[in-house]
Write a protein that binds this ligand. Sequence first.
Ligand code: PLP
Length: 375
Amino acid sequence: MLARAKALEAEGRSIVNLGIGQPDFAPAPHIVEAAIKALHDGHHGYTPAAGLPQLREAVAADLESRSGRPLDPERVLIVPGGKVTMFLAILMFGQPGVEIVYPDPGFPIYRSLIEYSGATPVPLPLREANGFAFSAEEALSLIGPRTRLVIINSPANPTGGVTPASEMDRLAAGLQEHPQVAVLSDEIYGRLLYDGRKHASLLAYEGLDERLILLDGWSKTFAMTGWRLGYSYWPRSLIEPAVRLAINSFSCVNAAAQFAGLAALTGPQEAVTQMCAAFAARRRQVVEGLNALPGVTCVEPGGAFYAFPNITGTGMPAKQLETALLENAGVATLAGTSFGLLGEGYLRISYANSPENLRSGIERIGTLLSEQGVD
Ligand code: PLP
């Protein structure tokens, strides 16, 4: 869809892109300077496979604010982007005969990788009525004798849903009954929260210490998607095989990017605060704009930079509306079905775009819906 949007733009069509999942901000200058300095200082060689020791220490220190307990830098693995943690974790646990629970609608790579590993994907439904938070009871009810891994993601892509701490408490407590099940907690949007929400991290639960894999990185928080820089925190028993997989696949992450990552974590945080404030204002604008459209309703997302409006009132399936919006109205969005079968009836709108483009995009959607006779 995004390739088609680019092709239309190349033909001279005006396209408002509300499809893309990356911040429209630049990384703070001190981050870029740190990478330049690393290159001038001669950091051109391999680094240790698990990452620069000082970066692993900075990640552990940063995560301590999330966990409220001391963490071990030796259990941090620096990876080329958040996705790589998914790949490593799903490779470790997935194999024929095993079940892996994953969110639906959710980041599409979870299901792709589960299927690639030979495991059976078991969708954990996320419901609009619940603000797209997951229900711990439902997650626990999906665990059977063949379940080896449960994947959760809060704040979530594509819905912006945030699962409250009370639900995390229930999940962590319930998992005590299932010692064979590991958890991959994708917290890549953990700092993009609105209305004073606090991030509820599974890292806070000591009882999960030996089976929690935490996924995070620099892509979203520091607007560094193209730097390919992420990290994970592993159970003590799994860090060695994780590092071995790193050595056997990517060797280590680009050295200059790691120095930039260190500056991002340890330097001034104003750019993150400003970006969050901008997203908070745009979120309001988008939710109000969408709710004013015929056939569309939109719950307020608590985090990330996505809105997930319900479009069943338009009478069009999600894919049909996505195509009509791109081809006839020049607005790129993503059909909810790109994120799982339970995404039918929804579109994903990214508000990582300027307020002017958001206004124009929503206006164009409104015009198309009126032309289609939706009221
Ligand atoms: N997890 C979720 C939920 C995402 O939405 C994304 C990117 O869109 C990622 C992980 C991957 O991030 P990265 O670009 O660092 O690989």
